[in-house]
Every structure is written in C-alpha cells, then in structure tokens.
Design a protein around this ligand. Sequence first.
Ligand SMILES: [Zn+2]
Length: 286
Amino acid sequence: MRAIPPPQLTFTDVLNICVGSISCQTLTHKINAINPQLNNAVQDFDTKSATADLFQIQPFVGADKTVVIGQVTKEELKGLYTFQMVPAKKPARQYYDQIMMQAPLRICPFCGFGQVTTLDHYLPKAKFPLLSIFPKNLVPSCADCNKGKSAGIAKSKSEQCLHPYFDQGHFINEQWLFAEVIQTIPATIKYFVQAPNNWISTDKARVKSHFDDFKLAKRFCIQAGDEISNLRGELDIDFKINQQTGVEHALLKKHAGASLQHTNSWKTAMYQALAASAWYCRGGFK
Ligand SMILES: [Zn+2]
C-alpha cells in the first residue's frame, strides 16, 4: 500500500464540466436542481474521511431506474462518471487523467505493484451514486485491485481497506506486512499481516481487511515467485564468494534498498524473510 496526495480538484470543478457536456437539457436541469444535496454528500464524505468513518455513509439500495434524490435516478448519477468523465472526447476527461497522474510512476497505490489503468471508486458508485464523480472518492488503481474490491462494502471501521489519500502516517511508516519462506523447490513466499502491538484494534483490523480485500497474499506470492527465479544466478555468485554469509549479505542489501523505498511492499517483506532464512541462504535459493 502506498500513500498518494489527494487530488486538488474541487467537486464543483468536476461537476460543472460534467453537467456542461450533457446533451439532454432535461437531465441538466434535474442535476442542477440537486446541487445542494450533492454538495452535502461531498461535505459528509470530507467530514467522515477525516476520522476514517466513511463506512458510516449509508449506501443506496435501489435499482438503476430508482430515483436517488430530487428527480435524478441512480443510473443518471452513475452516468455522470461513465458518460461525461471517462470517454476520451469529453471535456471532464482531463480531470480523470489528472487523478490518474496522482499515482507516481503509475503504480497502483492499493497493491504497490500493478499498473494504474483505471480509477477506483473507494465507495462504489453503484451503492454511493451521489459520489460518482467526487475526486476524493476516485483513486488511481490497477485492474485487479479495482475488480477485487468491488465485492462488498465495509459495514464497520475495521472492514475498511486503506484509503491512499487519507491513511498515511503509521500505516505507511510502520511495518505490518511480513513474509515467511516456505522450504519448497523453488522456495515460495507466504505473506501475512502482523500490525504493531501498540496499534488500536481497528487499525490492526483495517490492514488485515486491506490485505484480504485485494487478495494480496496470492498476488504478492506470484510476484515473489518471479523475483525468486530471477535471483538464482545472482545469489550463486554471492555463494561462490562467501557461501551462506555472502548470500545473506546480498539479501540484506536488497532488503535495505527495498525498505528505504516502501516499508510495506511485497519486496521489502520478501527480502527480509529470505535474508532471515538460514535454509535459503545455505542453498535453498538454488
Ligand atoms: Zn493494484
């Protein structure tokens, strides 16, 4: 998980451009008429995101054709995003692209390795249609993370996955992602979550929810498998020079490099576990 700066765009910027490009006048009028309610929803999001209480926002349970507020249906609110913000030729696409650029090197902040290809609605637009084009609800994401999370919505603080714009500080700087080496040929890496003891229980639960929601155990394991097969040749040289100690030092250096960049990345946890495994350093890497 990586923290990224929230977009500096205001909701009004995005709403005005989206509404301005709607071709149906009736729809334009209907959406303009609910402007106060839309702004209330956005303010509510701002208030609750400050205390990690977004789960308290009530989901909308009606079908697509159901009116959410005023005379505007869920389908029409979702359409603001799908038809006015996503298509390449629409003027609001500039905002879509701008939000995508919030992720450095276009790396997905949820998993920390996938390539950003889309925007994820932190609160899904199907359940929170009033927030379908709110910039702080839109997070650059890889396709797998975007698909992975859509299954359910958090019903408690503990069930909320991390939000890259708001969950910074200890979630980023303190280690909660760890791994262990499984003695197979080739070696495999098993990832797990172990939050610091002094964290409050909801924060501990949230990193676990994040890990589970995005199916990171399996996805990190695949990344690690690829890296481990690439390591073999390099570690062979280290082993020839200084046996187990040579391999251990090489892995410690790689761990130091990875952890300097990201405390909780699949690479940091993997190198930490590999360097600590006497079995691996003695020859398990072969
Ligand atoms: Zn991802």
